[in-house]
Ligand binder design. Sequence first.
Ligand code: GTB
Length: 217
Amino acid sequence: MTPTITAFERSPDRGKGLARDMRVRWALEEAGQPYEVRLVSFSAMKEPAHRALHPFGQIPTYEEGDLALFESGSIVFHIAERHAGLLPDDANARARAITWMFASVNTIEPPILDLQTAKFQEGDKPWAEQRLPLVLDRIRHRLGDLSVRLGDAEWLDGAFSAGDLMMIGVLLRLRASGLLDEYPNLAAYVARGEARPAYKRAFAAQLAVFTSQAQVG
Ligand code: GTB
């Protein structure tokens, strides 16, 4: 059964890969699975029909038969469990790949999200200038440790896995800040992810939502 995912009708980044449906699209492309996309507006996301799928009124969601999921990490995990190519067969290697999935959303992503909050929601507060360096330091602390662990390796633990997909999806949020470039091996790691054919197909599909609207409008 072909799954349906939800994505922004009008993404603030104009479909440049930052909204979290990108992770789901990328996983489906890596798995070679076709999928359909239902575009939702910001207001529709908060309506009961969408909240039945996503209690927090957000994207992405994933529907497949009578299964409905939310949370990009959980959706990627579901795809990785059911299709080859995103999780190793060896039980220990699989557990380590899943550990990296959790690390991406639980350890690396929170300070990165804090930077968005500090810049966009709190940027006009009188204390914003004092807080920003603290937020940046917390990100650098995590990136430094991640950079040491990755070292010269291509991927985080052996072959490319859902752990890398999630980690790269999270790190991509930092590109505009320039922070990633302070860690050349992490910047190269993210670039390797973006160079994967499955990533490129997912990116093109997300971008096409915006470009088709721009042509119409
Ligand atoms: N933990 C959830 C997950 O991983 O799925 C978080 C889901 C989430 O934050 N969804 C966002 C959303 O629906 C879109 S991805 N926001 C609307 C709302 O909350 O009302 C976050 C996002 C949005 C836009 C950009 N951008 O354009 O740069 C980047 C990331």
